[in-house]
Each structure stands twice: as C-alpha cells, then as structure tokens.
Design a protein around this ligand. Structure first.
Ligand code: GLP
Length: 241
C-alpha cells in the first residue's frame, strides 16, 4: 500500500484527479469506479475543468458507482444518482448510459446486485477504483460486522453511518435504513488499481485501522490490504489526527 501525504485538500483532490485522468489518457475506453460523499467533490471539480478545457474526453469512458441508498427514487434529491449527475455527469461529456449507478428503486434488489457485478465483469473489470472511507472504516456501504458479504449486496446501515450522512437530509429519520453496495470482494477482485482519499481529523481513526495492516471484518477498509495496487491520498489531518 502506498501512502501519499498531501499538504491540503486541494492538493489531494488534484493528485487523485491526475490518476484518473492519466488512466483515461492512456486508455480512452477506461472503466472507472466512483464514490460519493464530500471527499471526492474537489477531485470531480478538477475532472470537470480538465474536460471543459479540452484536456480530457469521457466519450468512451464507462463508470460504475460504489453504492446507492435503498430504497430510494433515483430522482430523489438525496439519491446518489442525483449526487453524481449534479456533481459530475451533467458537467462532462460522458454518455449517460455508460454512467452506472445501482438502482435504488429496483423491486428485486438481489437481481439488481447480481446484474451489476455481471456488468462490471462484462466490461473487463474496473481500471481505477476511487474510494472514500467512513468514520467507522466503512467502504461504500460495507459496514463493520462479524462477517462481510463479498458480492454486491443490500446492507443495513449502522446508526453511526446514518448519523454521519444525516447532514445531507432534514434529520436522521429521513436517512434510508439500507443501501445497495459493491461488496469488498467485488472491489478487490474487479479493480486493477484502487485510490482512496481521506481528509480531516474525523477520518484519522479509520485511516489508522487501515494502515495498521490488521485485517478484520470489524474494519471493512482493512480488506484493502489484500489488494496489490492501493494508493492512499491523505491530508495531514487524516494522517496525523
Ligand atoms: C458515504 C458513502 C461512502 C463514503 C463515505 C464518506 O457513507 N457511502 O462511499 O466514502 O460516506 O463520506 P465523506 O467523504 O462525506 O466523508
């Protein structure tokens, strides 16, 4: 695992964006895994600017997002589909049909999850997977537990995560109780390269668990130690606490 300590959130966002841009410049039909949350917003702004400046072309790019609340209408203002449309997809020249987000309104969530994994495999896997990290070490919506589900699946959210995400809603009661998420197995097996961004003191404990090298289902991020090409981009607060 490589660790890059960044001087600021902006530096972290630029270095992360350069990894994704470099991948797309090397292979125009790259498959990129994407995350939601506040952390990648700066990175997305950089990708938008590169696209608007004519430096980066998304015409042949395919993306797969990590997770989505369940159940949720994709048009709901709090859906991750809306988040991605508003913060990235609407501002770049990606074809909407190539920008995949799990369907939070799917009747049969097991079928939705199975088809999502099949679709990732049919695309030959993910060239670069972008991750954030939850305060409790969750990745996507893989929550700490006695055991983890490897494949993409429905996950009941912990109070910790619902509390952390309630800032986007009018209150914690509005936060959905479950989500669909790529499993840690999908992330590790299907990604050729993984980059994880973490910013701020709040993330220090989670980062500490990850870099300790101890692998436990109580810390889903720790499973990233099983992957051979992971780079962490951390600001000083996330690294030092
Ligand atoms: C959510 C997402 C995660 C994300 C995490 C951290 O729970 N499902 O994919 O990594 O929040 O978000 P933030 O970057 O806002 O701290």
């Amino acid at each position: 695992m490589k660790i890059v300590i960044c001087n600021s959130y902006d530096e972290m966002s630029m270095l992360g964006a350069k990894v994704i841009a470099g991948q797309i410049l090397t292979k125009s039909n790259s498959v990129i895994g994407l995350a939601t949350g506040s952390t990648p917003l700066g990175l997305y702004k950089n990708l938008i600017k590169m696209n608007k400046d004519g430096l980066l072309d998304f015409t042949d790019v395919t993306t797969f997002n990590l997770d989505e609340y369940y159940p949720i209408d994709p048009k709901d203002k709090n859906s991750y589909r809306r988040f991605m449309d508003e913060n990235l997809f609407n501002h770049i020249n990606i074809k909407k049909e190539n920008a995949h987000v799990l369907n939070g309104a799917a009747q049969d969530y097991e079928k939705e999850c199975e088809e999502y994994d099949n679709n990732i495999r049919a695309h030959g896997g993910i060239d670069v997977m972008l991750l954030g990290i939850g305060r409790n070490g969750h990745i996507g919506f893989n929550e700490p537990n006695e055991s983890l589900v490897s494949a993409t699946h429905r996950q009941i959210l912990t109070e910790n995560t619902r509390d952390a995400n309630s800032r986007f809603f009018s209150g914690i009661d509005e936060v959905p109780k479950a989500a669909l998420t790529m499993g840690m197995g999908t992330i590790i097996k299907e990604s050729k390269k993984i980059i994880l961004l973490a910013s701020g003191k709040d993330k220090h404990e989670a980062v500490k668990g990850l870099v300790s090298g101890n692998i436990t289902s109580n810390d889903p991020a720790s499973y990233l130690n099983l992957h051979k090409d992971v780079t962490l981009f951390l600001d000083k607060e996330a690294f030092n606490g």
